[in-house]
Design a protein around this ligand. Structure first.
Ligand SMILES: [Zn+2]
Ligand SMILES: [Zn+2]
Length: 346
């Protein structure tokens, strides 16, 4: 089957190759990919600056939706043809402090599909039954392709920080994750302000369509002044950093109120300088978040089923896998919000 493979570490080294179709072992399920989404982390793999465990040569891609194609021995929860998604982790050690406390999303030895194990930019992927989740009946396969970024956002916004209806929440960076966080913060009842830069244009409009109360272009408008106006000069209750841009992280510590919450969802490619003392002076609660736990996936499927989170409006482009270069370039140029690929028969 035709697959997009990261062939070696470093910049580039990505090509379409024929790879063998896998066979499910005990507890495993073979899933036929219907849609596969390009993630910011795929661009970092292309750039060669990804900070997660990567083991080339490996089939790339981890965001997908598909249909059950073949069941391994002992699999009872799924039927052939059933629409499914899966967690990204393929292996966690089961014995470290993270695993033992139910937080295997931060297992030191965690290995993901699309990074260490074969991913979804191809026709079929091998998955573990215990890490899969059924797609609810009223949720389309196309909507479900974004389950993974929704689950990551749910992990951060609902499991790491706490939002109340009295809060003013800044979502910094209206990319795919940002536009999901907007919906999560709105569902929690908060006032939601989305900050971005001038070339976010189309994404800023989408933020308003999805319920954001206001957008702020940080280049031409005074974010801090606007927030002070909204909060009696206190600052944002919650700052959700989704862009991974150093300037946005610095702004976040600047505009978050004393004893406010700061959540880092975006991934910066490289270390950067930040005024760490602000965290002490203002007693800001700073949270990181990485990947998703089973609980976040279950919540995600419920939020998609209830319509409290919608993803189809975020999917701007669907291209065949053979046009992966164009698809990656479109996503990198912020030409689309979520760019999705469909498998091509080899
Ligand atoms: Zn992703
Ligand atoms: Zn572990």
């Amino acid at each position: 089957m035709l697959a997009l493979v990261k062939t070696a570490p470093g910049k580039g080294n990505i090509e379409l190759r024929e790879v063998p179709k896998p066979k499910p072992g005990p507890g495993q399920v073979l899933v036929e990919i219907k849609y596969a989404g390009i993630c910011g982390s795929d661009l970092h793999i292309q750039e060669g600056d990804i900070q997660l465990n990567l083991r080339p040569p490996v089939v790339m891609g981890h965001e997908f939706s598909g249909l059950v194609a073949e069941l391994g021995e002992g699999v009872t929860k799924y039927q052939i043809g059933q629409p499914v998604v899966s967690e990204t982790a393929f292996y966690t050690c089961g014995s470290c402090i993270a695993c033992n406390t139910g937080n295997d999303n931060v297992c030191e030895h965690k290995a993901l599909i699309g990074f260490v194990y074969p991913g979804v930019f191809t026709e079929y992927v091998l998955l573990w039954e215990k890490r899969m989740h059924p797609i609810p009946e009223n949720v389309s396969l196309l909507s479900a392709v974004m389950s993974e970024p929704v689950a990551s956002s749910v992990r951060g916004v609902y499991e790491q920080i706490h939002i109340t209806p009295a809060d003013v929440v800044v979502v910094a960076g209206p990319g795919g994750m940002g536009l999901i966080c907007v919906q999560l913060a709105k569902a929690a009842g908060a006032y939601v302000l989305v900050s971005g830069v001038p070339d976010d244009g189309r994404r800023m409009e989408m933020a308003l369509t999805l319920g954001a109360d206001r957008t702020v272009d940080v280049v031409h408008e005074d974010l801090k002044g606007i927030l002070y106006g909204l909060t009696n000069n206190e600052g944002a209750d919650v700052y959700i950093e989704c862009s991974g841009a150093p300037a946005s992280a610095r702004t976040g510590l600047e505009v978050t109120r004393r004893r406010g919450q700061y959540l880092q969802l975006g991934l910066a490619g490289a270390p950067f300088e930040i005024d760490f003392a602000k965290i002490a002076y203002k007693e800001i609660a700073v949270y990181g978040t990485l990947g998703q736990k089973w609980t976040a996936w279950e919540r995600t499927m419920k939020l998609l089923a209830s319509g409290q989170v919608v993803t189809e409006p975020l999917i701007t482009d669907i291209l065949p896998l053979t046009e992966w270069e164009k698809a990656f370039a479109k996503f990198r140029a912020k030409d689309g919000i979520k760019v999705v690929m469909t498998p091509v028969k080899g």
